[in-house]
Write a protein that binds this ligand. Structure first.
Ligand code: GLV
Length: 332
């Protein structure tokens, strides 16, 4: 046989060909061709006959969507985070959910350091000055930033990406604190990292980098009160999910110079960012590009496609968010 297309799959945005090639071998694939997120009403219409949905973090996969998709067996998120999906409901109704961890760890950790360094050395201000022809010559008091070597690095969320951020800190010889539910023996043994409570990390760290998933317990974990406990020289970096920080409170803290700076790749209400951030030069703001390298995005889509196909074929996917569904419904 070979060419018979067995499964109906909807892909919610144009993705790299690596992923599409995998799907096309066995599926009838429909792709939303737009460059922006698919309008909600269209998404609800398109999932009507789909057995598989390959989607992005911009698609809300909630009860309403599941109700429109009676044939759906798998939602393959092309992202490591899956706070856009109601996993509990998916599990209840027997829909498998998969994601793409691992492959984007290095790209995201690199970007966290890019933001940290850019905020510490006031890169955006410097760039703005040059582009606006405002550089009047070297000056001893001009654009002074923060040193990094020997400063304390605080990691919120010591999973894959948090760990990779610590690995990259070696050259700067930073004492490392981390906050996580689970201990990370590798970080403790190799980097003498100390697992601490949130308030100790917040009060002691010079650089704080967020790598937690967004969930009810982490929503606005960094709020007005927590920001007020940080060092005045502190810089906070977020490449995980925007809503972990109360963005309006952060704007106030940056405006009042309560902390020295922020590096943000993610925002609470993407694609918007909180009013005021655009005027703040002590904030480095970039548009959610943590995993945006050519290789990483290609691999993410290949893995997302493979995950989806595996579930449809009754095989265990490489990355299952709710493996209990596979056991119960597919006997795997
Ligand atoms: C990106 O933010 C991801 O979760 O993969």
């Amino acid at each position: 046989m070979g060419t018979e297309k067995k499964y109906k799959v909807f892909v919610s945005r144009q993705i790299p060909e690596t992923g599409l090639d995998v799907l096309r071998q066995k599926c009838e694939v429909e792709i939303y061709p737009g460059e922006q997120a698919i309008p909600r009403h269209l998404l609800l219409e398109k999932v009507k006959d789909a057995e598989g949905l390959l989607c992005l973090l911009s698609e809300k996969v909630d009860r309403e969507l599941f109700a429109h998709a009676p044939k759906l067996r798998v939602v393959s998120n092309c992202a490591v985070g899956y706070d856009n999906i109601d996993v509990e409901h998916a599990t209840r109704i027997g829909v498998a959910v998969t994601n793409t961890p691992g492959v984007l760890t290095d790209a995201t950790a690199d970007l966290s350091w890019t933001l940290l360094l850019a905020a510490a050395r006031r890169l955006i201000e410097g760039d703005h000055i040059m582009r606006h022809n405002k550089f009047t010559g070297w000056s001893p008091l001009f654009l002074l930033g923060q040193d990094i070597k020997g400063k304390t690095l605080g990691i919120l969320g010591a999973g894959r990406i948090g760990t990779a951020v610590v690995e990259r800190s070696v050259g700067w010889q930073m004492p490392v604190l981390y906050f996580d539910r689970r201990p990370n023996p590798y970080l403790e043994k190799t980097f003498a990292a100390r697992k601490v409570e949130l308030n100790e990390l917040i009060q002691q760290s010079d650089f704080i980098s967020i790598h937690l998933p967004l969930a009810a317990e982490t929503h606005h974990l960094i709020n007005e009160k927590v920001l007020s406990q940080m060092k005045k020289s502190a810089i906070i970096v977020n490449t995980s999910r925007g809503a972990i920080i109360d963005e309006n409170a952060l704007v106030k803290a940056l405006e009042n110079k309560q902390i020295a700076g922020a590096g943000l790749d993610v925002f609470e209400n993407e694609p918007a960012m909180a009013a005021g951030l655009e005027k703040l030069f002590n904030a480095v703001v970039i548009p959610h590009i943590g995993s945006a390298t050519i290789h990483t995005r290609g691999e993410m889509t290949r893995i997302a496609a493979k995950n989806l196909l595996n579930v449809l074929e009754g095989d265990p996917p490489e990355f299952a968010v709710n493996p209990e569904v596979l056991k119960k419904h597919f006997n795997k």
